[in-house]
Design a protein around this ligand. Sequence first.
Ligand SMILES: [Zn+2]
Length: 288
Amino acid sequence: MQGFNKYYPPDYDGEKHKSLNSYRGKHALGDRARKLDKGILITRFELPFNIWCGTCNNHIGMGVRYNAEKKKIGTYYSTPIYSFRCKCHLCDGWFEIQTDPKNTRYVVVSGARQKDEEWNPEENGGFAIHDTEASATSVDPLTALEKSTDAQNHLTKVQVPRLESLQGLSDHYNDDPYARSSIVRKHFRTEKKSDAAKRAADDQLKGRYGLPETLKLLEDDVAARNEAREEWVKGRREFEAQSSIRKARLSSSAKPWPSANNLSSLRAKILDNTRRSSLMAKAKPPER
Ligand SMILES: [Zn+2]
């Protein structure tokens, strides 16, 4: 039994024994490593297919598990080939199964027979899955010629020019990465500077007029200035027109102040009216 717990006996010496397993003279894998000196590790192996045992001739179903002796017996290129030696559970016979990296499968080497259950679609009225052979079906030679001519035309007239233009574009953009990069970065730097200056100017303007921080100011360029000037001129003109209308209205409704000349004539008129009324009063005595 290997050391599962962490009990260190009084005579345990770390310098001498290194580990608890070596102190007890056990391997970390325990009983499974009992044939490790022969290159064999005991593993649990599950039958990948149905077999008949060669000794007792009994059928053993796929999925039955054995404590198999796993051993590396060679390599296929760099892939190791393992053999699994199992003892039949119905008799004492041994059978051996190996991995086959070339065909990615298992093969029975000795002591048993594999039940042949490989599914062949062609034998069962289906189509072959892996048809690596070129199909030898006869085709109409004219049709074949037409097809190949079409393909040739498509290649020369569409595909090749397209590829060439793509190649040219790629060359154009990738011929001098250093120069391209420096141009872009230079541009970016100047833009960054001008952006910062513009932001500072905007902030100053907003501070001066108490505008909200979130307000977005228009670009200060020639077009914007012209537009603003036009708007101002238009507004000014409208204002002037309205004020002149208002003035005209005021002048028409208000009576002008009487001038000196008018004043004397008014006085004469009043005196004349008074005289006339007094004369009429004398001529016609009041009724009693
Ligand atoms: Zn058997």
